[in-house]
Design a binder for this molecule. Structure first.
Ligand SMILES: C[S@@+](CC[C@H](N)C(=O)[O-])C[C@H]1O[C@@H](n2cnc3c(N)ncnc32)[C@H](O)[C@@H]1O
Length: 301
C-alpha cells in the first residue's frame, strides 16, 4: 500500500496566486476566513493529480491542456447546498404577487411566453420548485380567466397557448447532471408537502422522480456568471445564495448583467443573506411579509 501523500504547504504568495486565478475564472472570492477551505480543496486536487509541487499544478491550470483540471478545481470549490421550497416567505411573494402580476400583464399583451432563469441552480431543487409554482399559478389562472376553452384530457400542465421556459444554469457539471436526472432521496424531500409530492413526483423505489411534464419545462446548461454570455430576455431571475461567495466589485458587475438579462419590469430574487442595497440604483426592493425581491427600474430614454 502506498503511503498517503504529504500535504504541500503553500506560501502566502502561492495562496494569492491561486485566489487570483479562482477569482478571475468564476468570481468566487476566498478571503482570509475562507482560505483554509481553499487550501483543503487544493490538497485534494494535488493528490488526485499526483502533483508534488504547487507551481507544476498552477502551470497546468493556466495551460490550454489544463482546462479540464481547472473546471474540476472550481467544482471542488463550489458550495452546492440547496433544497426544495427554500425561503418560503420569498416564494410566497413570487407566487402570490410576482407571478400573478406577470401572468395578468402577459395575458393583456397577448404574449404567452414566460421565462424564469435559475442562475446557480445546483442540483435542480430551485428550478423544479419554480416549475411547480408556475404550473399551479397557470392552473389557477386558467380557472379564473381561461385563454382558450379546455378541450384535452388529461389537462396539460401548461395550458395552451402558454409556454414556459426555465433555463437552469451552474458552473458545476456534476450538479447539472444530478438536476437533469431529477431523482431525489427521501431526506431531500422534507420541505415538499404531500400535495406537491402526489402532483409532481413519481415514487421510484425509495426515491422521488420529478414528473416528465415538469422536467420538460427546465433546461439545464453550463453558464459561468463571470462571463458576459448569459441567458437573455428573462421575466424573473433567481440567483440565490451565489453572490455571497463573490466580493463587492463582482457582485456589482453581476447585478448590472442581470439588469440587462431581464425584460423591462422584471424581477431579481437573491438569497436570504444577500441584498442589493447600496450596490445599485437599477433595482427597487419589493417585499411582502418577510419575503423580498428586486424589481428592475426603467430609466427614461
Ligand atoms: C449554495 S448553491 C445555491 C443553489 C440555489 N440557488 C439555492 O439557493 O438553493 C450555489 C450554486 O452557485 C454555483 N456557482 C458558484 N459560482 C458560480 C458561477 N461563477 N457561475 C455559475 N454558478 C456558480 C455553485 O456551483 C452552486 O451550485
Amino acid at each position: 500500500m502506498s503511503s498517503p501523500a504529504l500535504a504541500i504547504q503553500l506560501s502566502e504568495a502561492e495562496m494569492r496566486l491561486l485566489q487570483a486565478l479562482v477569482y478571475q475564472e468564476c468570481g468566487m472570492y476566498f478571503d482570509a476566513r475562507r482560505a483554509p477551505f481553499l487550501q483543503d480543496r487544493l490538497q485534494r486536487r494535488l493528490r488526485e493529480c499526483r502533483m508534488e509541487s504547487f507551481y507544476a499544478y498552477y502551470r497546468l491550470l493556466i495551460s490550454a491542456e489544463g482546462r479540464h483540471e481547472l473546471s474540476c478545481l472550481l467544482e471542488n470549490l463550489t458550495i452546492n447546498e440547496t433544497s426544495f421550497f427554500r425561503n418560503k416567505a420569498q416564494l410566497e411573494l413570487f407566487h402570490k404577487q410576482i407571478l400573478d402580476e406577470l401572468i395578468r400583464s402577459k395575458q393583456d399583451q397577448r404574449n404567452h411566453q414566460i421565462r424564469i432563469w435559475s442562475a446557480g441552480c445546483s442540483t435542480g431543487q430551485e428550478p423544479y420548485t419554480i416549475a411547480m409554482l408556475i404550473a399551479d399559478a397557470l392552473a389557477y389562472h386558467q380557472l379564473r380567466r381561461p385563454v382558450t376553452p379546455e378541450t384535452t384530457w388529461p389537462k396539460p400542465l401548461v395550458p395552451p397557448p402558454w409556454r414556459v421556459e426555465i433555463p437552469a444554469s451552474d458552473i458545476n457539471y456534476s450538479v447539472l447532471r444530478a438536476g437533469q436526472e431529477g431523482i431525489y432521496p427521501e431526506h431531500q424531500m422534507a420541505t415538499v408537502d404531500y400535495a406537491y409530492r402526489l402532483r409532481y413526483f413519481d415514487k421510484v423505489g425509495d426515491r422521488y422522480a420529478i414528473k416528465k411534464a415538469i422536467k420538460e419545462l427546465v433546461h439545464f446548461d453550463f453558464h459561468n456568471l463571470k462571463t458576459e454570455f448569459l441567458p437573455q430576455k428573462n421575466d424573473v431571475i433567481f440567483c440565490r445564495n451565489v453572490m455571497m461567495y463573490f466580493d463587492e466589485a463582482e457582485q456589482r458587475r453581476l447585478i448590472e448583467k442581470f439588469y440587462r438579462c431581464l425584460n423591462p419590469g422584471g424581477y431579481l430574487l437573491v438569497g436570504h443573506a444577500e441584498s442589493l442595497l447600496g450596490l445599485t440604483d437599477h433595482f427597487t426592493m419589493v417585499y411582502r411579509n418577510a419575503g423580498t425581491a428586486y424589481k428592475r427600474v426603467e430609466v427614461a430614454e
